[in-house]
Design a protein around this ligand. Structure first.
Ligand SMILES: O=C(O)c1cc(C(=O)O)c2c(n1)C(=O)C(=O)c1cc(C(=O)O)[nH]c1-2
Ligand SMILES: [Ca+2]
Length: 569
C-alpha cells in the first residue's frame, strides 16, 4: 500500500484514512463522518491506548496519520511509532539519535509526520528530515536541513505538495533565517529553497542537487537596518498548507529576531506574516504582514486556512483564507492576492493595536504598549534594562501552535484562544551564534481569575463570536470538526471534549490522564468511526508561562495515544 498524490489531494473528502496534517492540505480539520454525532457521542468509549513509554514523557503535540490499517504517530524527542490502528499493537518505532546540544526554544515536541509513496517523513529536533519505510521503519533517506548548533530545529509536521515535501525551520529565538523548503519526497533532494527574510536569495536545484539558478528574488533588505537581516528570524516553525485551487502554499512566518524591536527599525519583512508561495517556482506570490515591526514575539506562524464565503453585499463567492493570529486578531484575506478583507479581535483585550485599516492593511497601533526603548537617554536601568510595560495578549499569544478547525456546515472557525497579558521589557543584546537572541525579558500574567483558555466559534463573515467555552488552563490543543455537528478538542486538564458545533454545548468528555495539547483526528474502518488523540502535557506554557505556569503546575506529564469508537449495545 502506497500513498499517492491523489490520496493526498482527496484527503479532506476521504473518510477511511488521514494522510495529511490538517485532514486535507487546506488544513480545515473537518471530517464528513457523522456516525459519531451530537446524539451518539455519549456512547464513545476507548478502544485502545498506547504509551510512548520511557522517561521521555514531555509535551505531545502530534497529529496521528492513518493509512491502510496503520497509525503513524510521532512523540517527544523525535520519536515515531507505527501502530495497528485497530488494536494499538506496536509494529515498529524509530528513535532518532539526538546530539547533546539541540536548542528547541519550547520543549522537545514534534507535531507529526507526512506520508508519501511507501515513506513516512518527519523532522527532528536536530534539524534533519528523516524518511522511513512505512512497513519496516528503516531509514530510506535522511537529510540535514541545517545546523542545530546555530539554533535550527524542526518541530512541525511536513506537508506533501506535488510530490515534494514542504518544510520550514524553527529557531527564531536564536536568530536563524526562516525559509520554505521543497524537496523531492522520494529522494529528499532539494527542489527549491525560499528564505522568508528580505535580502536572502532563494535557490532552485537540479536533479543532482546542484544549484542551477538563483533567480528566486532576494529583493532588497530595505526593511531591515544594517546587517540585521542576516540573522532576522521569521522562523517557519509550523506546517504549511496548500490550496490546489489557487495553486499556492501558505506558510506563516515567525517573530523577527531579536525580540527587541528598537534594534531593527522598519517593517522587517517577511516576519510575522503569511507568505503565499508558488510550488512550481518557489516564488513568493503575495505576502501579508500581520504584525509589522513585531515587538512582542507575536510570531505570525499561525495557519492560514482556505475557505469560501458569499460576500453579503455583492453575493459573490469569495476565495478567502483565515488566520487566528497570535497577536489577537482573526484575519480574513483574499487568498488569490493577499488583500486584507477583515481583521476581527478574538480576545476581550488587545493592547498593542486598536484594529486595522482595511485600505492600507496595516494595524493602528498603541505605541505606549511597545516595550519602551532602553536606548533612549535615561531610560535604561541596571544592565541596560528598559522600563517594563504591561500588554495583552502575552507573547504566548491569543493563539499559539494549536491549529484551529473550520466547518463548512456551520461556516464557523473554532479557535482555541487564550486570554493573558505580560510585563515585557527590552534590553541590549548582540547576536552570538547558538545563543538566545532576544534582548527582552517578560513575565506572563493571567487577566482573569476563572479562565485563561476559551474555545471560540468565530463567524468569519461578521467577525462575531457565536459561542465560547471557557477553560481554566490555557488551551494548547488543536481542533477537529465533523459532519456529526461536533467539535473535538483537548484541554490541559486532561479532557478530550466534544461540543455541539452550533452551540458549544458539551456533548461528551473523557479524561486521558495527562494534558492534551495535540489535535484529534477521525476515520472510518469496517463501518465504524474512530477518533484518536495524543495526550501528554508540555510545550511552552510550563516552560515560559510565569504566573500561569504556577497556576497549572498540578498538571502531570504523559505520553499516550487514545483511540475511541462507539460502544455497541
Ligand atoms: O520562533 C521560533 O522558531 C519558534 C519555534 C517554536 C517551536 O518550534 O515549537 C515555538 C516558538 N517559536 C514560540 O514562540 C512559541 O511560543 C512556541 C510554543 C511552542 C509549543 O510547542 O508549545 N513552540 C513554540
Ligand atoms: Ca518564536
Amino acid at each position: 500500500a502506497s500513498v499517492s498524490d491523489e490520496d493526498i489531494l482527496k484527503d479532506a473528502e476521504t473518510t477511511h484514512q488521514v494522510v495529511t496534517n490538517g485532514l486535507g492540505t487546506k488544513g480545515q480539520r473537518y471530517s464528513p463522518l457523522a456516525k459519531v454525532n451530537v446524539d451518539t457521542v455519549k456512547d464513545l468509549v476507548p478502544v485502545w491506548a498506547f504509551s510512548f513509554g520511557g522517561e521521555k514523557q514531555r509535551g505531545q503535540q502530534s497529529q496521528p496519520l492513518i493509512h491502510d490499517g496503520k497509525m503513524f504517530v510521532t512523540a517527544s524527542y523525535s520519536r515515531i511509532y507505527a501502530l495497528d490502528a485497530k488494536t494499538g499493537q506496536k509494529l515498529w518505532k524509530y528513535e532518532h539519535r539526538l546530539p547533546e546540544g539541540i536548542m528547541p526554544c519550547c520543549d522537545v515536541i514534534n507535531r507529526g509526520a507526512a506520508l508519501y509513496g511507501d515513506l513516512v517523513i518527519f523532522g527532528t529536533l536536530d534539524a534533519q528530515l528523516v524518511a522511513l519505510n512505512r512497513d519496516t521503519g528503516k531509514v530510506v533517506w535522511r537529510e540535514k536541513i541545517d545546523d542545530y548548533k546555530a539554533g535550527y530545529s524542526m518541530t512541525a509536521a511536513p506537508q506533501i505538495v506535488k510530490g515534494m515535501v514542504i518544510t520550514g525551520v524553527s529557531g527564531g529565538e536564536f536568530g536563524v533565517v526562516g525559509r520554505v523548503e521543497a524537496r523531492d519526497a522520494k529522494t529528499g533532494k532539494k527542489v527549491w529553497v525560499r528564505p522568508v527574510v528580505e535580502g536572502h536569495m532563494g535557490y532552485k536545484y537540479d536533479k543532482d542537487g546542484k544549484e542551477i539558478e538563483n533567480g528566486i528574488s532576494g529583493t532588497t533588505n530595505a526593511t531591515w537596518p544594517g546587517d540585521l537581516w542576516k540573522t532576522g528570524g521569521a522562523a517557519t516553525w509550523q506546517t504549511a498548507y496548500y490550496d490546489p485551487d489557487v495553486n499556492l502554499i501558505f506558510m506563516g512566518t515567525g517573530n523577527p529576531a531579536p525580540w527587541n524591536s528598537w534594534l531593527r527599525p522598519g517593517d522587517n519583512l517577511y516576519s510575522s506574516s503569511t507568505v503565499a508561495v508558488d510550488p512550481d517556482t518557489g516564488k513568493i506570490v503575495w505576502h501579508y504582514q500581520n504584525t509589522p515591526h513585531d515587538g512582542w514575539d507575536f510570531d505570525g506562524v499561525n495557519e492560514f486556512i482556505a475557505f469560501e464565503y458569499k460576500d453579503p453585499k455583492s453575493g459573490k463567492l469569495v476565495k478567502a483564507g483565515a488566520k487566528a493570529d497570535r497577536n489577537g486578531f482573526f484575519f480574513v484575506n483574499d487568498r488569490t492576492n493577499g488583500k486584507l478583507l477583515a481583521a476581527y479581535p478574538f480576545l476581550t483585550r488587545i493592547d498593542w493595536a486598536k484594529g486595522y485599516d482595511l485600505e492600507t492593511g496595516r494595524p493602528i497601533t498603541n505605541d505606549d504598549k511597545r516595550p519602551p526603548n532602553p536606548f533612549a537617554e535615561g531610560a535604561a536601568g541596571e544592565g541596560g534594562k528598559g522600563k517594563p510595560v504591561f500588554a495583552a495578549p502575552s507573547f504566548l499569544g491569543g493563539k499559539n501552535q494549536m491549529p484551529m478547525g473550520y466547518s463548512p456546515d456551520t461556516g464557523l472557525f473554532y479557535v482555541p484562544a487564550n486570554e493573558w497579558g505580560m510585563d515585557i521589557w527590552n534590553e541590549p543584546v548582540s547576536y552570538k551564534r547558538g545563543a538566545a537572541y532576544l534582548g527582552a525579558g517578560f513575565t506572563i500574567k493571567p487577566l482573569y481569575e476563572d479562565y485563561i483558555g476559551a474555545m471560540r466559534a468565530i463567524d468569519p463573515v461578521s467577525g462575531k463570536i457565536v459561542w465560547e467555552v471557557k477553560n481554566n488552563a490555557p488551551l494548547w490543543g488543536g481542533v477537529l470538526s465533523t459532519a456529526g455537528n461536533l467539535v473535538f478538542y483537548g484541554t490541559p486538564e486532561g479532557y478530550l471534549k466534544a461540543v455541539n458545533a452550533k452551540t458549544g454545548e458539551e456533548a461528551w468528555k473523557f479524561q486521558t490522564g495527562s494534558g492534551v495539547i495535540a489535535p484529534p483526528v477521525t476515520w472510518e474502518a469496517d463501518g465504524e468511526q474512530y477518533v484518536a488523540v495524543v495526550s501528554g502535557w508540555g510545550g511552552a506554557v510550563p516552560l515560559w508561562g510565569g504566573d500561569v505556569a504556577k497556576r497549572v503546575n498540578f498538571l502531570e506529564q504523559g505520553g499516550t495515544v487514545w483511540v475511541f469508537k462507539l460502544h455497541k449495545s
